[in-house]
Design a protein around this ligand. Structure first.
Ligand code: PMP
Length: 406
């Protein structure tokens, strides 16, 4: 199957605009992706046609809305090949999923002196929640170093394990460098030591097929907004055996079975972890995004994006004084770079004036920046609605910026 880019671009109305008088080139997809019309319409249609608080009503609208919401849970379960829909918890996004997990595990499973292994390339949202547990519970965070190529040092990873190791939480794909980590090897090794693994799939779920049963990960988390779905919705996948043992994260409506002042009992999975009115319109939008992705075909998307990435990388090598940050063998469609000694903000600001949306800064990965000894990078991240023509324009723009910055 091939992608009809012209048709695809028509599905993303936001792409068709000018910025500072220049046609917009949106290369900031690792921060958030744009939304196709079917997703925008699906969310708007909730408010146009079926808006009603879910789960609690006996009336028609509430039932229709609840059904649409729960259908998406099934769709997500199928998308990641979870064993059952009860293993899919809706959250606000990756950040909330990690916080849910660390808080809940921190209540009972993780104790003073226990060790959690992260990596140097984690997003802050997979660092800080565990650091909060260091303060609250006295756990210890250990860190897998990253090589100069931007890959996990797997020997160092294995050497980090001790009798106190209780959890591994690492990213599937680096948001800064695009490195695809060998998560299957990570999971298998951790399991050989009886240690569960959480995978941060924020940068992976829309690029590579994810099969949680084949991976055998204990938890897998991601955000809707990075996979063409609305903002404010995300997922925590967890193996039932873990979710059943874990205490609730937040208290409120929906997560209870029975409430009384002499004691409260909790609802079954997945509702035990979904306190309060969820973002059902966003979830229904997520369902439309999954349909959209499946219609294009994940493998087709991967092939297209990978070719575009290789094309861009090759062309960018001709830009004077360009330096790439992270050159891992297994790579998704993200390129982080610096131009000579120029500050990434200066490069980003000049590119903006030429109509380009690229992200500059530390990308919420300050420990990685410290490791690399840089203040930040300029990051181009591609989606399947980007084209070679846009890449060509970026190369021209980078050549101009390079001259401007001397
Ligand atoms: N992990 C990774 C690897 C990310 O790229 C991001 C978003 N940049 C997050 C976690 C956090 O996602 P969110 O802000 O959607 O919660």
């Amino acid at each position: 199957m091939t992608l009809d880019i012209r048709k695809i671009r028509d599905d993303f109305p936001i792409l068709n605009q000018t910025v500072h008088g220049k046609p917009l080139v949106y290369f900031d997809n690792a921060a958030t992706t744009q939304k196709p019309t079917p997703v925008i319409e699906a969310e708007a249609d909730v408010y146009r046609k079926i808006n009603s608080n879910i789960h609690r009503g006996v009336h028609h609208l509430s039932n229709v809305c609840t059904e649409a919401f729960e259908e998406v849970r099934k769709k997500v379960a199928d998308f990641v090949n979870a064993d059952s829909r009860e293993e899919i918890i809706f959250t606000r996004g990756t950040t909330e999923s990690v916080n849910l997990l660390s808080s809940s595990l921190g209540e009972t499973y993780l104790q003073n002196g226990d060790e959690v292994i992260l990596s140097e390339m984690e997003h802050h949202s997979n660092i800080v929640p565990w650091q909060l547990l260091e303060k609250r519970k006295g756990i210890k965070v250990k860190v897998i170093p990253v090589t100069d190529q931007g890959e996990l040092d797997m020997e160092a990873f294995k050497a980090l394990f001790s009798a106190q190791t209780r959890m591994v939480a690492i990213t599937h794909i680096s948001n800064v460098m695009g490195t695809i980590n060998p998560i299957k090897e990570v999971i298998d090794f951790a399991h050989s030591k009886d240690v569960p693994v959480m995978i941060d799939g924020a940068q992976a779920i829309h690029h590579v097929p994810v099969d949680v049963q084949e991976l055998d990960c204990d938890f897998y988390v991601f955000s809707g907004h990075k996979m063409y779905a609305p903002t404010g919705v995300g997922v925590l996948y967890g193996k039932r055996k873990w979710l059943e043992q874990m205490p609730p994260y937040q208290g409120g409506g929906e997560m209870i079975d029975k409430v009384s002042f002499s004691g409260t009992s909790f609802n079954d999975l997945p509702y035990k972890f979904e306190a309060g009115t969820p973002n059902y319109a966003g979830v229904i939008g997520l369902g439309a995004a999954l349909d959209y992705l499946l219609n294009q075909g994940l493998e087709t998307i991967w092939e297209y994006e990978h070719k575009l990435f290789e094309y861009a990388l090759e062309k960018m090598k001709s830009v004077p004084d360009i330096r790439f940050i992270g050159e891992a063998k297994e790579h998704t469609s993200v390129i982080s770079f610096l131009l000579g000694n120029s500050h990434p903000f200066d490069v980003g600001t000049l590119l903006d004036k030429l109509g380009f949306a690229l992200r500059t800064g530390h990308h919420c990965a300050q420990p990685l920046m410290d490791k690399m000894g840089i203040p930040g990078t300029v990051r181009a991240s591609f989606a399947f609605y980007n084209s070679r023509e846009e890449v060509d324009r970026l190369i021209d723009a980078l050549n101009r910026v390079s001259v401007m910055l001397g």
